[in-house]
Design a protein. Structure first.
Lengths: 337, 337
DNA sequence: TTGTACGCGTTATCAA
DNA sequence: TTGATAACGCGTACAA
């Protein structure tokens, strides 16, 4: 089909080796020869074949990206794709290709992610949406394949983890409420299984404990779904001793909570202040617009690639990187009366 | 590095050719030999090298997916990634890999998308977010490379287009308002440049024209941004002759409109009914929740792959496919008083 | 039924 | 500075 270096070689009466060297700008080819060869390549419409190149260099120049489905979140609300933007851009910058895998419960769990990687000969892998109970987690940790894990806990010789600085973010959320004068501050927790959830709770607990204001009674269970946010509010409304401000460990729960509060005639933020975490799209248009902690998804994606490439190049940098969050102030929090 | 068919051949005292045939289940190898070879392959931990295979078969088994940034929509609101889910699943089903490209204004426009495809030797390409003024549109249309274009207009020998049935969707939106008794129905149009926008307008116009109720005065310009939705409402409020119901050609404009209406003390849906198009995440949590036309993004992605694979296999099916939309009734429309 | 030999497009090594 | 040759791992006609 396409024109190869052989064709160029024949046309110019030289050998393929010479063409290869000239096109790769090796020092051992004369300047005039290079010019001639380049011109011929363009004229003939030569397009290098990366497959042949990869065969001989034994490098694929490709990174595998896995988007794993989570139970709790429907794809519609799946945060996963947001990281993709940063991942692609950063990979592009370093001339790496992205091979995309998507694993859903039904389709997959047949083949280890690592097998897929080995088969495709990718040089490294990025995992999004990995859970601590994933059957192949051990596989990833043990494998010699360089990996970056986004937004989950995975510690191993060849894996880096990248996530938001969830502790600092949670602390910033509480600090904002604290600054507004609130002292009775509650939390709707995420599911114990999720790394982000544990970290956010820890940030929350630590901040208030240091100020002698942590109150176990104001800790409400949740699992990152709207429903659990709604359920938490039902609990709150039943009790006599209510917090004056509430931190939901993610926006989805905050939205679930908001709906119930409004349904019961509670005004936000006059009657209770509410702050979320994630800054998902929905948090912008609800009424009142939700004050929340924004994640920098693109930056997380980029950092995942940076750490991965460092590993691939054997220049081991850090094992983990936590990306700054940002307080997004909207209308769901008010000073304590 | 890895173990190859040569290693297996040596271990078993046969030739590599035999191994290859056995592993590919060719008819000219004895059953017992096959068993022996398979066992040895597993024991030695053999993983086939797709790169070598591709070199010799000259097929990459890979589809290129391009996500192009649109001017108007920030990535946060970019619908593009939603299609990805269907694309991946359907490709997976047919054992095709996905190579992901993302082109932003700054980075790109350096190399034609088709060049990228040729270099990577992908067998076909899917384009998301392609605009009619894209500098490489002609390239795609002319190229012999099979392509599917999602949500944009592109007609050519080797390209299929897949989108929502925007006309029918728009008609369904107006029909819903009509059924509620509205006769003075307005529209906030999208930008002329976008295929979806033109189609939605056409669906709207046709429906009302047939019923002698199309009124040019109720057509407000827009460009799919929140701001243009807001601006349209300003115009509406200034005029004496107002529609009783409003169809925004996308949800983003509907949200912009909603905000201004509420800001001016107008109640939705009591004072005016509002319906959008897209069913983006935000439309669920605004107040009142937005009635809208939902797109089946996953199905669009799947269909794009189906048409593409048909082209790759030379079994040319249809050139275009329009996917059903769905009326999502929420709280922003009410019967005419 | 098995083995031989060559080709895929490129890079690398060594000799000229 | 250039050329010849081998090698990368696999698939496949063709010969045995």
């Amino acid at each position: 089909m396409g024109v190869t270096i052989k064709d160029i070689a024949r046309a110019l009466g030289v050998t393929p080796g010479t063409i290869s060297k000239a096109l790769n700008d090796k020092p051992d080819i004369g300047a005039d020869m290079k010019v001639k060869i380049r011109a011929a390549a363009i004229e003939l419409g030569y397009v290098p074949n990366p497959i042949a190149r990869r065969l001989v260099t034994n490098r694929s120049n490709t990174i595998g990206v896995f988007i794993l489905d989570r139970h709790e979140l429907s794809l519609r609300e799946n945060y996963g794709f947001q990281f993709l933007d940063g991942i692609i851009k950063e990979s592009d910058l370093h001339h790496y290709d992205i091979l995309l895998f998507s694993i859903t419960k039904d389709l997959a769990y047949q083949k280890s992610y690592i097998s897929l990687c080995l088969e495709r000969r990718v040089e490294g892998a990025v995992f999004i949406g990995l859970r601590s109970d994933d059957p192949y987690l051990e596989d990833i940790i043990r494998s010699p394949l360089p990996a970056s894990v986004i937004d989950a806990e995975a510690r191993g010789q060849n894996v880096s983890m990248v996530a938001s600085d969830n502790r600092a973010g949670a602390a910033a959320a509480v600090d904002y409420l604290w600054g507004l004068g609130h002292r009775r501050i509650g939390i709707i927790k995420g599911s114990e299984r999720e790394f982000a959830s544990r970290e956010r709770y820890e940030g929350f607990r630590h901040y208030l404990t240091e100020r002698n204001s942590f109150n176990e009674a104001y800790v409400y269970p949740g699992d990152f779904t709207r429903e659990s946010g709604a359920a938490a509010v039902e609990t709150i409304m039943k009790s006599q001793d209510r917090p004056t401000a509430l931190f939901a460990a993610n926006d989805l729960m905050a939205l679930g909570a908001l709906k119930v509060f409004k349904g019961k005639g509670y005004r936000i933020p006059q009657d209770i202040s509410l702050i979320g975490f994630d800054n998902i799209a929905n948090s912008e248009d609800c009424d009142p617009a939700l004050t929340t902690i924004g994640q920098n998804a693109a930056e997380i994606g980029k950092e995942a690639i940076r750490l991965l490439l460092a590993r691939i190049r054997q220049e081991n940098k850090g094992k983990a990187s936590f990306i700054r969050t940002e307080l997004v102030i909207r209308d769901s929090c008010a000073p304590l009366k």
